[in-house]
Ligand binder design. Structure first.
Ligand code: PLP
Length: 234
């Protein structure tokens, strides 16, 4: 049977991940692909699941809710990767297995309450800001350090790692210092052994820079375009 385009793309991406992991002395099995499915219709997401993807990433609560309510099901681990407004915390807790973009204490407290009400422990990653771009969401590293104790005390959240985005550049090498900065902070938080804070997952790297991210320690890469092709402009 001929491979679908998504299957071929996934194979290419996984080969690349393997090479980059081995190059830096890491196990290729330590890196997972989250398929970024924003703007991708449910039928194509299912194709990706058949190709071996098991986690999907969405950046809008509304879009994810629509996909979940469609007749065709998407049995996957759902990751939220966009900026989450506090008034959408409840809906996000209902939908997502992992919220990768937790970026403030205020949001953390809302999610904690929503998780309690939902009878769930919500897995989260902390989005850390590694560049000076004014438009990017995420914790400033110093502010994050000061909040770790409070974050760890929220009983209905399970904080398992960090997420970051490098500024876009056509040259993936330009992303390397940002990924190094995130990996360094990741290691530092690990070493602090803050009660309630685990550092097992480092989510970094997208279609154009995931190879560099894997070399620098990513355990999750978030890939849209390289799997599904260019998204239609919104
Ligand atoms: C869209 C998006 C991605 C994937 O981007 P591609 O370049 O299409 O791979 C990854 N992470 C976040 C936070 C995104 O919004």
């Amino acid at each position: 049977m001929a491979l679908s385009t998504v299957e071929k793309s996934l194979e290419r991406i996984q080969n690349q991940i393997r090479q980059s992991a081995l190059k830096s002395g890491r196990s290729p099995d330590a890196v997972r692909v989250v398929a970024v499915t924003k703007g991708v219709p449910v039928e194509r997401i299912q194709e990706a699941l058949r190709a071996g993807i098991f986690a999907v990433g969405e950046n809008k609560v509304q879009e994810a809710a629509q996909k979940l309510s469609s007749k065709t099901q998407v049995p996957a681990e759902w990751h939220f990767i966009g900026h989450l407004q506090t008034n959408k915390a409840k809906a996000a807790v209902r939908i997502f297995d992992v919220i990768e973009s937790l970026d403030s204490l205020d949001l953390a407290e809302r999610l904690d309450r929503a998780a309690l009400e939902a009878g769930k422990v919500q897995k989260c990653l902390l989005q850390i800001k590694v560049s000076d771009e004014p438009s990017k969401f995420g914790w400033n590293p110093e502010a994050l350090n000061e909040s770790l104790g409070s974050l760890g005390a929220l009983k209905n959240l399970e904080i398992v790692g960090l997420m970051c985005m490098a500024p876009h550049s056509d040259d993936p090498e330009k992303a390397r210092p940002y990924f190094q900065k995130a990996a360094q902070h990741f290691g530092w938080i690990q070493s602090q052994k803050v009660p309630g804070i685990k550092m097992n997952e480092l989510s970094m790297g997208m279609s154009h820079d995931f190879s560099v991210a894997v070399e620098e320690g990513a355990t999750i890469v978030r890939i849209g375009t390289a799997l599904f092709g260019e998204r239609p402009a919104l």
